[in-house]
Design a binder for this molecule. Structure first.
Ligand SMILES: NC(=O)c1ccc[n+]([C@@H]2O[C@H](COP(=O)([O-])OP(=O)(O)OC[C@H]3O[C@@H](n4cnc5c(N)ncnc54)[C@H](O)[C@@H]3O)[C@@H](O)[C@H]2O)c1
Ligand SMILES: N[C@H](CO)Cc1c[nH]c[nH+]1
Ligand SMILES: [Zn+2]
Length: 377
């Protein structure tokens, strides 16, 4: 736990809670150099669309199709069954209003595709997007993706102030759940507002671990490791290998190299790290999958590099970091749905089984619970 970061973010969120829009404006000026309207106008959407070359529009549409195809298979049906003329089960309903954070230090329009598509498949009705402006503007590709997904509410807001605004409903209607990755400040702010709103997961600075043996192509492995370090100075990369030659080749700034005696030892190290992404580039990568317990995503073989998954495979690139893969996983359509328990009990079953509840209410000393079950005829 980084206590310095925790109290830094807590202070800014407290300020935002107490002073409202004035604090949001102040932090926006301070961290994003922005002092204008937060809500993106219709004209700005139109201008963004004009700026995008036709060939890029096709790239974006095809990528959205691939993400859609992968995610629509995740939608689960309500699960209901009948027993003794009673109805039991779970039904699913979409979260009504969500906020999506789209990183903007290096603007990531692909992230809006990754969060917006499953939200749409789930049937979320209201979507607000926040993303930090650069020179007063939102990246045109982000606005174009928003337009394709039918999202009209986009705010020029970044960092902690964006998370505070969405969670407390400042300068916009409060959201029910916040989605999307971000840097360490965004990630910590999301962690701290959990409870006021829901959050998808702790998707912070990118990480990659690669398990590779002597059969792996050295150049492929090195570029995969460097690809995730490129996201920023807080990103992490680990090489877990049985090959001394590969270990030496990849010993560069920012890459933590661990030379292991066996692939089983590599797998155990990976489980300790619980990386966001784990690539396995060995002679028989499938054989290792059973040994992996903790990873946000596992990509196998030479032709599944993380950047392919970041962009076009269709799999989701919003993934837990910082060890959070020990208790959470990749973003799916079902993260946009709430589970609601449903029961409709028949008189016959109620009268036959209520002795269980009546005795349990006695054991717990809850008189009115007992009465509620006893009074029924
Ligand atoms: N885990 C995932 O699923 C996933 C997916 C995509 C991207 N990412 C990560 O998202 C991150 C994006 O980071 P980014 O910085 O490019 O964009 P960002 O939008 O997350 O953060 C930029 C904002 O941070 C705020 N900020 C910067 N310095 C600050 C300070 N000192 N105090 C308070 N606020 C400050 C500013 O408001 C700025 O607009 C990267 O680390 C990337 O690796 C993770
Ligand atoms: N690697 C990031 C997830 O950690 C996702 C991303 C977006 N654009 C490029 N990469
Ligand atoms: Zn990436």
């Amino acid at each position: 736990m980084n206590f310095e970061l925790e109290s830094y973010v807590a202070q800014i969120l407290k300020d935002i809670r107490e002073k409202g829009i004035e604090a949001v404006k102040e932090y926006s000026r301070k961290f994003d150099g922005y002092d204008g309207e937060f809500l993106v106008s219709e004209e700005e959407f139109e201008e963004a669309e004009r700026q995008i070359p036709e060939k890029d529009k096709k790239i974006i549409k095809r990528t959205i199709e691939r993400i859609w195809e992968y995610h629509e298979k995740q939608l689960e049906n309500d699960k209901l069954y009948i027993k003794n003329a009673s109805l039991y089960g779970i039904i699913y309903k979409p979260v009504r209003r969500i906020g999506i954070y789209v990183p903007g230090g290096k603007p990531l329009p692909s992230t809006l595709m990754m969060v917006g598509v499953p939200a749409k498949i789930a049937g979320v009705k209201e979507i607000a997007v926040t993303t930090p402006p650069k020179n007063g503007k939102v990246n045109p590709y982000v606005l174009y993706v928003a337009k394709l997904l039918g999202i009209k509410e986009v705010y020029k807001l970044g960092g902690i102030q964006a998370i505070g605004a969405m969670a407390y409903g400042i300068g916009m209607k409060k959201v029910d759940k916040i989605f999307g990755p971000g840097n360490k400040f965004v990630n910590e702010a999301k962690r701290q507002v959990f409870g006021v709103v829901g959050i998808d997961s702790l998707a912070g600075p990118s990480e990659i671990a690669v398990i590779a043996d002597e059969s792996a192509n050295k150049e492929y492995v090195l570029y995969d490791l460097l690809s995730q370090l490129e996201h920023g100075k807080d990103s992490k990369a680990w090489l877990l290998t049985t090959s001394r030659e590969l270990a030496e080749y990849c010993s560069r700034d920012g890459i933590e190299v661990v030379l292991c005696k066996s692939l089983e030892e590599c797998a155990e190290k990976a489980n300790e790290i619980a990386p966001e992404h784990l690539e396995i580039i060995t002679k028989e990568p499938l054989k290792l999958v059973d040994l992996i317990e903790n990873a946000g995503a596992i990509y196998l073989g030479e032709y599944t590099p993380v950047p392919a998954a970041d962009y076009f495979l269709g799999v989701n690139h919003v993934l837990p970091t910082g060890g959070a893969a020990k208790f959470s996983g990749v973003l799916t359509v079902m993260d946009f749905m709430k589970r609601i328990s449903l029961a409709y009990v028949s008189r016959e079953e109620f009268l036959a089984e209520r002795y269980l509840g009546i005795r349990l209410a006695e054991i717990e000393g809850l008189e009115m619970h007992k009465k509620s079950m006893e009074v029924r005829r």
